[in-house]
Structure formats: structure tokens, C-alpha cells
Design a protein around this ligand. Structure first.
Ligand code: HEM
Length: 263
């Protein structure tokens, strides 16, 4: 029998294990060596991918709430995403208990596989607003995300609905174009921040938390990489930590940072 959620089991037959599909989940770790530390490497990446899935799920709701003018709901969802990011940054502490020697014991088996190839990480960045991908990218989901409004574009729609004057050409711009930041938008944001206790200012701050969370993840990832492989090249073919350092301090929402330097 199929339940309302499409599952094939009656609720009264459900157990913890069948509800969570633990047989499949716990059978999905396949270290390629007998080295003790490889299981941690597999598990931590899989846990990341699950959190990335959840973040994408929450960002979709965040955009729906912004576009529906639901500021309090958007603040709550953005707050959840920021908390997940704190959690995933914290998980790097566990990985940092792995010494360079322990990682080296199985690294040759990784071939050219690399976090570089994490589709979900790219989808998160694209959903937030990153646009510097080749087009077409070879990833249909990424291309579809790039063709839709970013979280920042949804924020602008929310602010327009809440009464702030934003130029129509900005609200209706081509979503696939990179967003460099804009004076008129920053002038509006400055006004939004005049009332720091109102929902629109709270929504903006929650988006800053997300932006800072992603940048914090990148910083902690590169420090972890320096600890574990030093200045060696990455398995994905990049220069390793030198490449990763070049990706630091690039905000997803530049206006929300630039507005802080405005009088
Ligand atoms: C021993 C642990 C790790 C090492 C040594 C490592 C190393 C690297 C290196 C060198 C790169 C640059 C691309 C390359 O040439 O391969 C990279 C990229 C990346 N890694 Fe890791 N990584 C580790 C763990 C993780 C974990 C746990 C995640 C979580 C998903 C992750 C996610 C990523 C992502 C998303 C990128 C792409 C960054 C970008 O291009 O913007 N890495 N990693």
C-alpha cells in the first residue's frame, strides 16, 4: 500500500530503520582501502552532501517566502540555513583530527575525485547568486538555477512589495547575469536599516549571516586543507590551497556588505 507521502509501507508497519531507509544509508559507505581513517573521510563527505541537500530545500522555501512578502517566515528560514552552516563549519574540527600521514595512507586511491565536483555546493552558490559558471555548464540543474532569480533578487522583490522604491529594470533584470551591486539598491538598503527592529532589516541581517557562513566555510576548508596536504596540488587538478585561497572573501550579497561603508 502506498501512503500519502508515496511510501510503500503502512504507518503501523513502519520502524525507525524502515522510515529512515537505514539499510540503504548504512550500506552506502565504501572505503577503497583498509586504512582506518578512510571511513571518516567518506562519512564526513556524505554528511556534508546531506546538509547541502537540506540547505537547498530551505533556500527554495526562503525564496518562496520572500516572493510572497512573508518577512517573518523568511527570517526564520534564513536563520535555519545560517545555523546549518555553523554546524557544517564545526564538522571540519572532526576532519582536522586526521593527520597528514593518515590522509596520505589512502589519498592515492581517491584518483581525480574531489569536492570540486560537488554539484550541490555549486547549486547552493548559484541559488544565492553566483553566476560565473561556463554556459552551458554541462549540469542541467545548475543551468536551470542560473536561469532563475537568485536569493538576492528575491530579497529585492520582497523589499519592493514592502514599499521600497526599486527601479523596474533591476526587479525585472535577466537572472542569468552576474550582479555586481548597485547604488540605488544600496540607497534602499540604507533606508531599510533605519528601522533595525522591523522585519525587512531582520531579513537582510539573516542573509548576511548566510553569506558570512559560506565564507566562513571556505576559510575553514582552506585552513583544513593546508593542515592536511600543505601546499600540494588537489586531487581535482587545482593548485590546492593556493587555488582555494583565491576563492575567499567573495560575498554572495555584495550590496549587504557595501552598504555598511555608506554614510
Ligand atoms: C582531507 C580533506 C580534504 C582535502 C585535503 C580537500 C582538498 C580540496 C582541494 C585541494 C580542493 C581544490 C580542488 C582540487 O584541486 O581538488 C578542494 C575543493 C573543494 N572541496 Fe575539499 N578537501 C577536503 C575535504 C572536503 C570536505 C569534507 C568537503 C565537504 C563537502 C569539501 C568540499 C569541497 C568543495 C565544495 C570544493 C570546491 C571549492 C571550489 O572550487 O569553490 N572538501 N578540496
Amino acid at each position: 500500500m502506498t501512503g500519502p507521502s508515496g511510501s510503500s509501507q503502512d504507518a503501523d508497519e513502519l520502524t525507525y530503520g524502515t522510515y529512515l531507509h537505514l539499510d540503504e544509508l548504512l550500506a552506502a559507505q565504501h572505503p577503497r582501502t583498509d586504512e582506518h581513517d578512510e571511513l571518516l573521510f567518506v562519512v564526513i563527505h556524505q554528511v556534508y552532501e546531506l546538509w547541502f541537500k537540506q540547505i537547498l530545500h530551505e533556500l527554495a522555501l526562503l525564496q518562496r517566502r520572500l516572493e510572497a512578502g512573508d518577512g517573518v517566515g523568511a527570517m526564520h528560514t534564513a536563520g535555519r540555513v545560517a545555523k546549518i552552516l555553523k554546524t557544517v563549519v564545526g564538522q571540519l574540527d572532526v576532519l582536522e583530527t586526521m593527520t597528514p600521514r593518515q590522509f596520505a595512507s589512502f589519498r592515492p586511491e581517491l584518483g581525480s575525485s574531489s569536492g570540486f565536483q560537488s554539484s550541490q555546493f555549486r547549486w547552493i552558490e548559484a541559488t544565492l547568486g553566483r553566476r560565473d559558471f561556463p554556459h552551458p555548464s554541462g549540469d542541467a540543474t545548475l543551468d536551470a538555477i542560473v536561469g532563475r532569480r537568485s536569493v538576492f533578487a528575491s530579497l529585492l522583490r520582497y523589499l519592493a512589495t514592502a514599499g521600497w522604491q526599486l527601479p523596474a529594470e533591476i526587479l525585472d533584470r535577466d537572472p542569468s547575469e552576474a550582479w555586481p551591486g548597485d547604488d540605488a539598491v544600496q540607497a534602499a538598503l540604507l533606508e531599510v536599516y533605519q528601522d533595525e527592529r522591523a522585519a525587512p532589516a531582520g531579513v537582510c541581517e539573516a542573509l548576511v549571516d548566510i553569506d558570512e557562513g559560506i565564507q566562513e566555510w571556505r576559510y575553514r576548508h582552506v585552513k583544513m586543507v593546508e593542515r592536511i596536504i600543505g601546499a600540494r596540488a588537489g586531487t581535482g587538478g587545482s593548485a590546492g590551497s593556493a587555488y582555494l585561497r583565491s576563492t575567499l572573501f567573495r560575498p554572495s550579497f555584495p550590496d549587504l556588505w557595501q552598504v555598511r561603508s555608506r554614510p
